[in-house]
Design a protein around this ligand. Structure first.
Ligand code: CA
Ligand code: CA
Length: 442
């Protein structure tokens, strides 16, 4: 190794100090080299006559070392102090602060003054923790991440000297991870705690909280400080429920939605950052479902319960109650938290649980012959269907709202037609009626 340390006090001619000539200064410098910092730099070493004796550039790797604690020749230990990342300096030192009377090997003669042209690329102290800077917190922030939350964020990653190494933007998808659970480098795990949805921050991570002395891949050298500019898109916790806020409540609100009700509603769906997903207003009609029938994601079912007509709500639905880790291709990103602004437009009360048809009044004692219009002692499908539809139209019976009435009636018919021959006999009818005595079926 060329840059050996020699104790200054045993050498003569120590009155000549180190000369420092900064010829390039970066526009920003948040920190300067201090004693016991660890630095990575490139250099060319020449004699006073310009003869090159050593260069880190030819080795194509930075020189990495502690400063000011005797790991370097005295002239470098002094000459690097106060330097900024990105700064370029000529450090000139007399022989006494270099290799003295004897020189070093065949390249550095005795009594040689040395000239080092240095550019500083990286700087940290082993005592450093992460640094959070450039915070931009949205005005509304009702919740901040805690360990165990699942976060989706975008980032640009660079080294301290600005060399870019990775970006989620270039992949066009967020980086998604649990925080505080060791799934990401320690510095990131820490830097993503206490963030708000929509927040931007710069997280500077020293190597011992990143990829250490080894570095990783071809772009992150050993002992590198990493700088991440992150933008939090959303986060949730696996224990979250659908969160809802009533944004408008009509004065009259005595009838509220429950399981089995047929509801018609409008919605605007978006992501937490406000980007739109979908809206019923685009189609000019309401979305209609039977509550509790698994026709929409569970979070939406929850959010539409106990609502009255005219009411508006904002629902925040975590992915495990929405579209999960997979999302919906080209519409909903995986693990996304969704925001639905919903308005209940209409509701039709459902039947009691388990019923698809009920009588509103006492059942006629002579159902079979009333159905058997042509008196052939058989009830054919058309007779059956006509009869049920008439009861519904006359308000004597009710079909479960929100379903195709003909499918319900077909099912009712099949249920009665024990032998499946497409006709109901008086015996089949009676058998079924006895069985169902406790029910209000036919
Ligand atoms: Ca008949
Ligand atoms: Ca039959």
């Amino acid at each position: 190794q060329v840059l050996l340390w020699q104790p200054v006090h045993v050498l003569p001619h120590t009155h000549d100090g180190v000369q420092i000539n900064t010829y390039h200064m970066p526009t920003t410098c948040s920190r300067k080299v201090e004693v016991s910092d660890y630095v990575r730099y490139h250099y060319n070493g020449t004699l006073l006559d310009g003869t090159l004796f050593d260069s880190s550039h030819t080795r194509m790797r930075t020189y990495d070392t502690y400063v000011g604690i005797g790991w370097l020749i005295a002239g470098m230990d002094q000459g690097l102090l106060g330097m900024c990342v990105g700064e370029r300096r000529i450090i000139t030192m007399p022989p006494a602060l270099g290799y003295g009377e004897n020189g070093d090997g065949s390249d550095i003669p005795g009594q040689a003054s040395l000239v080092f042209d240095v550019v500083l690329l990286d700087l940290h102290n082993p005592r450093d923790g992460i640094a959070v800077t450039n915070q931009q917190v949205p005005q509304s922030c009702t919740r901040k991440t805690v360990a165990g939350d699942f976060v989706r964020y975008h980032y640009n990653g660079s080294l301290l000297d600005g060399t870019f190494f990775d970006s989620s933007y270039s992949r066009n998808r967020t980086y998604d991870t649990y925080v505080g659970r060791g799934y990401v480098i320690a510095g990131m795990d820490e830097g993503l705690i206490g963030v708000c949805v929509g927040e931007k921050r710069t997280i500077t991570i020293p190597p011992h909280l990143a990829y250490g002395e080894e570095g990783t891949g071809s772009k992150i050298p050993g002992s590198a400080v990493l700088v991440f500019d992150v933008h939090i898109i959303d986060f949730h916790n696996p224990s979250d429920n659908t969160e809802f806020t009533v944004t408008y409540k009509p004065e009259e609100c005595d009838k509220q939605t429950k399981k089995g009700d047929f509801v018609k509603y409008h919605y605007n769906a978006s992501l937490m950052d406000g980007s739109p997903i979908d809206s019923t207003h685009n189609y000019g009609k309401t979305y209609n479902i039977v509550l509790g029938a698994n026709q929409v994601v569970p979070g939406m079912e929850d959010g539409l319960m106990d609502m009255c007509v005219g009411e508006r709500r904002r629902l925040v639905i975590p992915p495990h109650l929405g579209y999960g880790e997979r999302g919906v291709t080209d519409e909903v990103p995986g693990s996304a938290v969704l925001v639905f602004d919903v308005e209940l437009v209409e509701m039709e009360e459902g039947l009691p649980e388990g019923y698809m048809f009920i009588w509103n009044e006492d059942v006629s004692p002579d159902l079979f012959s009333e159905m058997d219009k042509d008196n052939n002692e058989l009830v054919e499908p058309s007779e059956f269907t006509d009869y049920i539809i008439r009861q519904v139209n006359e308000g004597k019976g009710r079909l479960a709202p929100g379903f195709d009435p003909y499918r319900i009636i077909d099912n009712m018919f099949s249920n009665q037609d024990r032998d499946g021959d497409g006709k109901i006999t008086a015996a089949e009818f009676k058998l079924k009626a006895d069985e169902a005595a406790a029910h209000d079926e036919l």
